[in-house]
Design a protein around this ligand. Sequence first.
Ligand code: ADP
Ligand code: MG
Length: 346
Amino acid sequence: MITHLAYITEYMLRIVYILLFALVTTACSIDNLEPQILGNTMGTTYSVQWHPQDVSASQLKQKIDDRLQAINALMSTYDASSELSQFNQSRDTGWHAVDPTLAALVDLSAHIHQNSQGAFDITVGPLVNLWGFGPDQAEFSFPDDGEIQIAQRSVGAQHLMVRSDPPALYKNIPDLYVDLSAIAKGYGVDAVANIMEQAGVENYMVEIGGEVKCKGVGYHGDAWRIGIEAPNFERGKIEEILALDNIAVATSGDYRNFIEHQGQYYSHTIDPTTGYPVTHNLGSITVAHQSAAQADAWATALLVLGPERALEIANQQQLPVLMITREARGYKSTSNQYMRRYLHTP
Ligand code: ADP
Ligand code: MG
C-alpha cells in the first residue's frame, strides 16, 4: 500500500505545536496568543504574529499575500505557468532569461550544493517526481532501479548554470528539472520578515510550513520560544525548545512527508548521489541561520548527509544545528556548540 501524507496535514501539525507551545509558555502574560495573520501558501500554511499590535493586520496581510503570490509565480513547480516551470518545460537548451530573484536563489542553491558535498541539489527534480513527491502524483508507482538510473541521467549540477547580468538560467539537457521546494519556503519567510521590518514592527514571528524567523521578544518579554517535535511517524511531541532572537530556524525531517511501501518508509528527501530517499537514523535536523532561505536549504542538505557528516559539515560552516536521531531506546538530541545559545533550559 502506498500512503501519501498531504502537505497541509504535515505542516498543520508543526504549526499546532508551535502555537501550543506559545500558549503553554505565555499563558500568564497575555490574552491574545492567536497569530494575527494566518494564510495559505506554497501548498502549506503560514502565520505571522507580532507585538505591540499597532500595525493594521489587514494591510499587512494584503502585502504579504501579494508578495508570496509573486514568489510562487516565479519559482513554484506546482504552478505550471511559473517562470521556473516554463524553464523546466522548455525543450530548448541554452540560456533562458529569468527574474533576478530567481537567478539569485539558484545561485545561492549552487553555493550550498558546493558546500554540502553535493547533498543539496536543486536539479534533483526528476527523482523527486519519480518518487511521487512532485506536483503530479496521479500516476505514481513504486520506481525500480532502472527507472531511477534513467532519472539520474537528468540530474546533476553540471547541467545547470546561472548568471546575474542579465539574469538567466542555462541548461545543457532538455530534461533538466529544477526544484526549489527545499529553499522556497525559507525564502518566503525572509520576504515576509522584510515586510514586517518595513512596517517598523519590533517583535515578530513569521512562519511558513514550520520554517520560522523571529525578531525581538515574544509576548512574555523573553526570546520567542519554538518547540521542536520528536521525529515521530504518528504524532509529534515536543522534544526540544529553542529560544530565538533575530534568527531563523528550519527543520527537515523524514517523518512527515513520506510514502510507505511494503512496510518501509521512504522520505521526500532524496540523496542525489544514490537516487534514493535518505535512509539513516537522523529523524530530523534543525538549522539556525540569519537567512531563513539558507536555514531551509541547509536543513535538507544535512538531512541527506546523515548524522556524522552533517555534524562535520555544520561545524565546518559554523552552522548551529540540533539533530534528533532514532536510537534503540527512543530519541537522542545532539546539538553543536553554535546551537547551544538557542537551547532553552526551563
Ligand atoms: P523539509 O521541511 O522536510 O526539508 P522541504 O519542503 O523544505 O521539506 O524540502 C523537501 C523538498 O525538497 C522535497 O519535497 C523535494 O522537492 C526537494 N528535495 C528533495 N531532496 C532534495 C535534495 N537533495 N536537494 C534539494 N532539494 C531536495
Ligand atoms: Mg526545508
